[in-house]
Design a protein around this ligand. Structure first.
Ligand code: GUN
Length: 292
C-alpha cells in the first residue's frame, strides 16, 4: 500500500515556520510582509481560492491588501491598479488571481507586475529564468514549488529519476516540468495530443498529474513503487453529499493507493502546499527589502 503524503500537515509545519520568521522580521526590522491579492469578477472557484489565501496571510501575520475589481474593468484600469501596487512600499508581493475575464490579455497584465513582487512566479522573465540553465528566477510558481517540497519533505529524491508530467498548463504542467529538470530528473510531458500516454506514465518513478481530468490515471498506469503527486481538483456529482458534489484528483486514488509507493490525496495534498508556498514567496520578497 502507498504511503499517503499528508500535504495538509506538511503545509501546516511550513506555515508555523513562516509565522516564526514573520514575527522575528517584525521584531528586528519593524517590517511586516504585505501581499496584494487581486481578484477580477465573481467566479466562485477564484473567490474561494482568494478567500483561502487572504485567511492564510492573516494566520501567519502577513498583511493582506484586498483588491476586488468588477468583471467589466478594462485592461488599462487593471494595469493601473497593478502599477499602484508596484509603487506601494508596504506591498511586497502581488498576486492576480487567474483566469482573468476574456476581454483582458492575461500575458499583458502579468508582465506589468514588478518582477521583484511576482510572488506567483508567472512573469515571463521569471519563467524564462526557470527554463534556462544556470539562471535563477526570483520566485518559483507556487504549485510546482509545493510539489517539489512535498517530494523532498517525504524523502523522495528527484536526481536521475524518470519523471512524467501529465498536462502542460502555464500554471502547473510546464513550470513543474522545468523545475524537475532543474532538479536533475529526466522529464517527459504528456498531454492531450500524446499517443499512448498510458505506457509513458507507466515508466515514471515520479508522476505529476496536472491534466484537470477527474480520475483519469488508473492504478495499472502506475509503476509499482512510484511517487504520485496529484494536482487535480475536479468536482464530480455526488448525491450522497449535502452539497451534491465532491472533489477528486486526476488520479484514481483507490486504485493507485494499491500500486504507488507514495501518493497525495485530494483534497489535502497539493492544495494546502500552494498556499504555503505563496506565503513563503511573500516572506522572501519582504526579506529582500531589508537593507544590507
Ligand atoms: N489560478 C489557479 N491557480 C492559480 C495560482 O496559483 N495563482 C493564480 N494567480 N491564479 C491561479
Amino acid at each position: 500500500m502507498a504511503k499517503i503524503i499528508d500535504g495538509k500537515a506538511i503545509a501546516q509545519t511550513i506555515r508555523n515556520e513562516i509565522a516564526d520568521e514573520v514575527r522575528s522580521l517584525s521584531d528586528s526590522y519593524n517590517k511586516v510582509p504585505g501581499l496584494a491579492v487581486v481578484i477580477v469578477g465573481t467566479r466562485k472557484d477564484s473567490q474561494s481560492y482568494v478567500r483561502m489565501k487572504r485567511k492564510a496571510c492573516a494566520e501567519v501575520g502577513i498583511r493582506s491588501f484586498d483588491v476586488d475589481l468588477p468583471e467589466d474593468i478594462s485592461e488599462n484600469e487593471l494595469i493601473d491598479q497593478v502599477h499602484k501596487l508596484n509603487a506601494d512600499l508596504d506591498v511586497h508581493g502581488i498576486l492576480v488571481q487567474l483566469p482573468l475575464p476574456k476581454h483582458i490579455n492575461e500575458e499583458k497584465v502579468l508582465s506589468e507586475i514588478s518582477i521583484d513582487k511576482d510572488v506567483d512566479g508567472f512573469h515571463p522573465l521569471n519563467i524564462g529564468k526557470l527554463a534556462m540553465k544556470g539562471r535563477e528566477p526570483l520566485f518559483l510558481p507556487c504549485t510546482p514549488k509545493g510539489c517539489l517540497e512535498l517530494l523532498s519533505r517525504s524523502g523522495i529524491s528527484v536526481k536521475g529519476k524518470r519523471a512524467v508530467v501529465v498536462g502542460r498548463s502555464n500554471i502547473v504542467g510546464l513550470p513543474v516540468a522545468l523545475l524537475l529538470l532543474k532538479a536533475d530528473a529526466t522529464v517527459t510531458i504528456v498531454h492531450s495530443h500524446t499517443q499512448d500516454s498510458e505506457s509513458i506514465i507507466r515508466e515514471a518513478d515520479i508522476v505529476i498529474a496536472a491534466a484537470g481530468q477527474a480520475m483519469m490515471i488508473k492504478g495499472d498506469w502506475i509503476k509499482p513503487g512510484a511517487a504520485v503527486i496529484d494536482v487535480g481538483t475536479n468536482s464530480v456529482d455526488d448525491p450522497s453529499k449535502k452539497v451534491g458534489y465532491r472533489l477528486v484528483g486526476d488520479v484514481d486514488f483507490q486504485e493507485a493507493s494499491k500500486v504507488a509507493g507514495w501518493l497525495t490525496p485530494v483534497p489535502g495534498g497539493v492544495g494546502p502546499m500552494t498556499v504555503a508556498m505563496l506565503l513563503k514567496n511573500t516572506l522572501d520578497a519582504a526579506k529582500r527589502k531589508i537593507p544590507q
